[in-house]
Design a protein. Structure first.
Length: 509
């Protein structure tokens, strides 16, 4: 099967989205001829994904900056509306810096000399509830350092406001109590102002920040000669006549060739927040003009850069030596012992006994990755080595509702092919198709996804690929698109319950 999606059209142009997957709240920085992007990871492990590109169109995964979230006790179960919100990535004093707001604990940062790491342990810069979307600025002209952040009303009771601080040059502490730089309540028609990105350009302090809500909003620009204001504002990107709803927060970069570009997200329901690339220029009054006169482009000339291979972040995985690729994350802190390295290829997961085997949404030991395109097929081979009744493993589509297909040890320990689902309001899964024998405890599992994130499940247990159950419409979680998942569980109290081995994870259009 061919790759699910590539943005590079191979003729000097690209199509949007350049990242057709849930790389939520992207920010980007340019260092030399390389561009680096990070995105929200919420409560998943590892956190703070890092992508690399030379041309802002073809991206590969470079790793993650966050091995674990603190406090660890908060992330032993999935928390898709917590953790890492809207990070900002910068390069200063020979180091990469990433700041983010954890809405329950405050503003944190990590830094490293190389994007591959090692990264420092998270450092709490500002403690408090509802502090989100943090972005630093080191002013190279004056040597001063600053920080701006937004507010989450769900935790603080405050929203539509951007707060600024002076910051120590080492990025470890704030030097004042904070000042409201922009109060969106005083701007007619502006609401849900958030996601600020702080810049210095042409003698101005610039804050690029979206407003109006994720689904229907716009991208704003604010400028002032003084960091503490007053700021004047302008809408610089909105949906207009296009089908790109709510072109929302992102990052501005200037390339080695001197071109300006802007990466932002678009919310697409179960597919999450996909990333678009827009050309950017400055008008005669010094304001940024993004896209085609302030509207998103669908196809455009690529940025001026050396020719790059057509690529996208990895999706397929052979699990060499039992290790999974960097595209995978756990839904929460997995702890030790859930995977087993071994000779040869294939991912071996322990069937973990749990009282919650009936609801994948609450399990931390689900290995997930993003839906890679609007329409695609994914396939994996599974072998279940367990005779413990109820032990199971499978391939899932996870969101507020979920569905999975896989193998389970039946009441007498013999392997069965099972297909189950749960609606968003349901607390327990139920059969989506009648179980049937799976001779030898092996199966090839397939999910075909079509427009609207409609999922059709199939399985081959030795008698050919056959469809299973009804079409399942994937749904997002709060802030997070639907995810593909691999898992292995067992009923509570069973003791050792065997293992599941996944091989040849493949996807294509």
């Amino acid at each position: 099967m061919k790759r699910p999606w590539t943005a590079d059209l191979g003729d000097g142009t690209y199509r949007n989205p350049v990242l057709n997957a849930d790389w939520s709240d992207p920010d980007v920085v340019t260092v030399g001829e390389d561009h680096y992007l990070t995105a929200s990871s919420f409560g998943r492990f590892p956190g703070l994904p890092l992508l690399r590109s030379r041309d802002l169109v073809n991206w590969t995964l470079a790793g993650h900056a966050l091995d674990r979230l603190e406090p660890a006790s908060d992330f032993v179960v999935p928390r898709h509306d917590c953790g890492v919100w809207a990070p900002s990535i910068r390069h200063h004093a020979g180091r990469f810096w990433i700041f983010w707001g954890d809405p329950d604990h405050g503003v944190q940062q990590v830094n490293a000399e190389r994007v591959e790491g090692p990264w420092t342990a998270p450092h709490l810069v500002k403690a408090g509830k509802g502090l989100i979307d943090a972005c630093p600025l080191w002013d190279e002209e004056t040597g001063e350092a600053y920080l701006v952040h937004a507010w989450a009303k769900s935790r603080s009771g405050v929203k539509n406001r951007l707060t600024g601080h002076r910051m120590s040059p080492d990025g470890r502490e704030l030097l004042d109590e904070g000042t409201t730089l922009i109060d969106g309540d005083t701007l007619p028609g502006w609401f849900t102002l958030e996601g600020p990105k702080l810049h210095r350009h042409d003698g101005w302090f610039w804050i690029l920040a979206p407003a109006g809500g994720v689904e229907t909003g716009w991208q704003g620009a604010f400028r002032s000669r003084d960091f503490f204001g007053p700021y004047e504002e302008r809408v610089v990107l909105e949906q207009g006549r296009t089908d790109v709803n709510g072109p929302h927060q992102g990052g501005w970069v200037r390339t080695a060739a001197g071109e300006d570009w802007f990466l932002h997200f678009q919310a697409k329901g179960a597919y999450g927040r996909v990333v678009h690339l827009q050309p950017m220029r400055w008008d005669e009054d010094g304001w940024p003009v993004i896209g085609d006169a302030g509207e998103p482009v669908s196809v455009h000339r690529k940025p001026a850069a050396p020719e790059q291979p057509v690529t996208a972040p990895a999706f397929d995985d052979d699990f060499p030596g039992g290790r999974y690729g960097g595209q995978w994350q756990w839904t929460a802190d997995p702890g030790p012992g859930w995977t087993k390295e071994h000779d040869g290829d294939g991912l071996r997961l322990t069937c973990v006994p749990t009282a919650y085997a009936h609801d994948l949404r609450v399990l931390p030991n689900v290995l997930v990755q993003r839906l890679p395109a609007e329409e695609f097929t994914v396939e994996v081979d599974l072998a279940l080595a367990s005779g413990v009744p109820g032990a199971n493993a499978g391939l899932a589509v996870l969101g507020d509702a979920f569905s999975w297909i896989g193998l389970e040890a039946g009441p007498d320990g013999s392997p069965l092919l099972v297909h189950r689902y749960a609606e968003g309001v349901a607390e327990h899964e139920r059969d989506a198709a009648h179980p049937r024998p799976a001779p030898g405890g092996k199966a090839t599992l397939r999910i075909e996804v079509t427009a609207g994130a409609r999922c059709r499940f199939h399985a081959d247990t030795g008698d050919g690929l056959r469809p299973s159950g009804q079409v399942f419409a994937a749904t997002p979680w709060r802030w997070v698109g639907a995810l593909l998942g691999l898992f292995a569980t067992a009923p509570a109290g069973t003791g050792p319950a065997g293992t599941a081995r996944f091989t040849a994870f493949r996807g294509g259009a």
